[in-house]
Design a protein around this ligand. Structure first.
Ligand code: ADQ
Length: 730
């Protein structure tokens, strides 16, 4: 079994060199993190190798060989694809949206979206080509959000994991996107979807609930008859490598050199990709503020800001670079002296040793992004502080803040607050520094990148086991089609059919789920077959059934069997004479819930009251149901004749002992030699299946646990099944 890693970029940069090509490892959080998994040796890595347009044919061949040796599978993209899929949609729409920078989101991006989808298709094709049965596929990040679903279409049984390295925003923000449903469906193609924090995971589940009507659950979503697990897998770093570098003699010498050049000042460090999410301008303003407020610190602060250029083709990034440069100029102009300036800005990428030396030299590390999925720099600084000193100032809007509780936390939007936190960090006594840093280091080294990858892949393995991919159906010895053919030749046939979710799909309002003409025709034709009886057994009230099917020669059973009209000539009769005095008190409870719960309403039946909440905000619905159940538990202690029942977005309180099983067993007894076919989709239909004799053919619609012998996917398949029966020659 192999692991197929998939990311937008392969972890290399290309250098053509006189007919040959050299691959150099590239930097960045994702490349480093997955590098440790790829180093295992049983992996392949699919991604874009960078622009190859300028390579000669010989160099292209050399490149292919080098990539193959490194188990890297290239997906070549044209410059216009890169511009639309990467710069346009990924970084011009998804990146700012997921970081809550809404004024930067380009919503006129239809052509970019088309390219995004096309490139995601290309990736799915490339992955499908190298994936063998039993392999696991691990797709990374927002550039490839559609790949899980696209790959699932190509390989339904594939084990697919997805990890999002950036925040999943609040569903309220996510739903701004015109392409929101497609993106959520894209992710739901995976068996396991991972995020840095539990908050992002809940946002995702909530978006799926809001946009696709999927029941929000704690760690699993049911979609397309599959279980999609999701959860928090906070990424770590290679902590021991950073510790090793920090202890390296050359690095220590460099640390001493940096300190000497700071001439006794406190060294404060910022280190980021030059990205507008990283909050560099506000950080600089906070420094300006502090120097203004405390002139005594002007010759005590030596701030080094490394800002690695990134995504320079996207307009907002070029503007950002200008803003940062101007601010540094202004602050240095105001607070500098002829011999020193407070801020040292470097626009370049540095190597691991230089990085380690800077981390080692910094008395204070300022990590103040406006939003950040995790932020590895914070963890790298902590791992590098092998002497347990130094202070980490950390934005509460970085995913890392959830884990790194002992850092000095700041709200990066509050410039005064950041200035005050910096002053506090610069003056923090060594004992307090040690206490905080020890706790931080312990966590960063225990939860390192290896731990992250292992726990995700272990969960992926478990999540995609065949048991969880489809809820198990009992293995029938003959196919359903065969059984239906057998039923067809039986001299006497009884059909028991549920209505909602079985014969018609669910509608937003129960009254809108009306039977269509073709359903009426099917039922008419079935009941006209010699020796055939059709019964609709539903939770609906009798008025609705009478209105829709009054003129159809079928048996009607309303309210899960409280009322029956055995045939078109027969009157409606109640199957129980139990006291219904409990209804008033329950109605008051439900009315009280409805008054406080937008989008809910009460449905009144003879022996039941139903609370419908399909249009209610999903978390509110969960909360209100919990409250209601708690109240009802008390009530039911005194009213043993009442029970609760949860259906699809409806919660029912009804008379105990009345269920579809009563009708099923009565009909089975009345027709002891008849063949029986029963079809239903929810828990109430299980009573019907349970009450039928073993010879009955029982069919469950949809996924989910059932005692039925057979399973079909949806209403369309039920209707097709009934049509076969109707048209099969006897
Ligand atoms: P990034 O936005 O790239 O990652 P981050 O997590 O801080 O942010 O990783 C940056 C990496 O680049 C670090 O390893 C850092 O050492 C390195 N780096 C930064 N500046 C550098 C410089 N001048 N020279 C050399 N190296 C430099 C995205 C998400 C994050 C998430 C990661 C991993 O935006 O929130 O933590 O993926 O999931």
């Amino acid at each position: 079994m192999s692991t197929i890693l998939v990311s937008n970029r392969l972890p290399v940069t290309l250098h053509a060199d006189q007919g040959d090509v050299v691959l150099k490892p590239s930097a960045g959080g994702l490349a480093t993190a997955l590098g440790s998994v790829h180093a295992r040796g049983d992996t392949k890595w699919v991604g874009w190798p960078g622009d190859v347009a300028r390579l000669t044919a010989t160099e292209r061949d050399a490149l292919d060989r080098r990539l193959q040796d490194a188990r890297l599978v290239p997906v070549h993209l044209t410059p216009s694809e890169v511009q639309r899929y990467y710069d346009g949609f990924s970084n011009g729409v998804l990146w700012p949206l997921c970081h809550y920078l809404l004024d930067k989101v380009n919503l006129e991006a239809t052509r970019d979206w088309v390219a995004y989808r096309r490139v995601n298709e290309r990736f799915a094709d490339a992955v499908a080509k190298v994936t063998k049965p039993g392999d696991e596929v691990w797709v990374h990040d927002y550039q490839l959000a559609l790949v899980p679903q696209l790959l699932r279409l190509r390989q339904p049984e594939a084990k697919i994991g997805f990890f999002l390295h950036i925040p999943f925003p609040s569903a309220e923000v996510f739903r701004i996107l015109p392409w929101r449903e497609d993106l959520v469906r894209g992710l739901l193609g995976a068996d396991l979807v991972g995020f840095h924090t539990a908050a992002y995971a809940f946002h995702f589940a909530y978006a799926a609930a809001q946009l696709l009507g999927i029941e929000p659950a704690f760690d699993v979503l049911k979609h397309d008859e599959r279980a999609v697990r999701f959860g928090a897998y906070p990424i770590g770093i290679d902590a021991s490598a950073f510790e090793g570098l920090a202890r390296d003699e050359n690095v220590r010498a460099d640390v001493a050199r940096i300190r000497a050049s700071a001439a006794g000042k406190r060294i404060v460090l910022g280190l980021d990709r030059l990205d507008y999410t990283k909050g560099i301008p506000r950080r600089l303003m906070a420094i300006g503020k502090l120097l203004d407020r405390e002139p005594g610190l002007r010759d005590k602060l030596h701030f080094i800001q490394l800002a690695m250029p990134t995504r320079e083709k996207v307009d907002s990034y070029a503007d950002y670079r200008r803003t940062v440069n101007e601010l540094v100029g202004r602050i240095n102009g105001t607070y500098g002296t002829p011999t020193s300036v407070p801020i040292h800005l470097l626009h370049r990428m540095i190597g691991p040793k230089e990085l380690a030396a800077l981390y080692g030299a910094a008395d204070v590390m300022l990590v103040t992004p406006l939003r950040d999925g995790m932020n590895l720099v914070a963890k790298e600084y902590v791992a590098s502080r092998v002497d347990d000193d130094g202070v980490l100032v950390l934005s509460e809007f970085a995913g890392a803040a959830t884990e790194l509780q002992e850092a000095v936390r700041v709200n990066p939007y509050d410039i005064d607050g950041v200035a005050a936190a910096l002053a506090r960090a610069m003056r923090m006594p060594p004992d307090e520094q040690r206490l905080r840093m020890q706790a931080l280091r312990k966590r960063v080294s225990a939860h390192d990148v290896g731990h992250w990858a292992r726990s995700f892949l272990e969960h992926l393995e478990a999540a995609s086991s065949p048991m969880s991919r489809r809820s198990p159906a009992p293995p029938p010895s003959v196919t359903l089609t065969r059984r239906v053919e057998e039923l067809d030749s039986a001299p006497e046939l009884v059909l028991l059919l549920d209505y909602d979710g079985t014969l018609v799909p669910f509608a937003s309002m129960p009254d809108l789920a009306i039977p269509d003409e073709s359903l009426i025709q099917t039922l008419m034709a079935l009941s006209a077959r010699p020796g055939t009886q059709v019964h609709l057994v539903s939770g609906r009230d009798r008025n609705s059934l009478e209105r829709w099917f009054g003129a159809v020669p079928v048996g009607l059973h309303a309210e899960h069997g409280y009322w029956s009209r055995e045939s078109i000539e027969a009157p409606w009769l109640s199957n129980s004479d139990a006291d219904l005095g409990w209804k008033d008190a329950v109605r008051r409870m439900l009315d009280d819930v409805v008054a406080r719960t937008e989008g809910s309403f009460v449905e009144e039946k003879t022996a039941a009251l139903g609370l419908h909440y399909r249009a209610t905000e999903p978390q509110l619905a969960v909360r209100r149901l919990d409250e209601l159940k708690a109240r009802l538990h008390g009530f039911m202690k005194e009213h043993g004749d009442v029970e609760m029942l949860e259906g699809a977005k409806v919660f029912e309180v009804r008379l105990r002992g009345i269920n579809k099983g009563i009708i099923a067993s009565r009909l089975a007894q009345a027709h002891p030699h008849a063949a029986v076919l029963a079809i239903g989709d929810d828990r109430t239909d299980e009573d019907m299946f349970a009450a039928l004799p073993e010879r009955a053919v029982t069919v469950h619609v949809g996924s989910g646990p059932t005692r039925a012998h057979y399973r079909v996917g949806n209403v369309v398949e039920v209707r097709a099944l009934l049509d076969t029966l109707r048209s099969t020659p006897r």
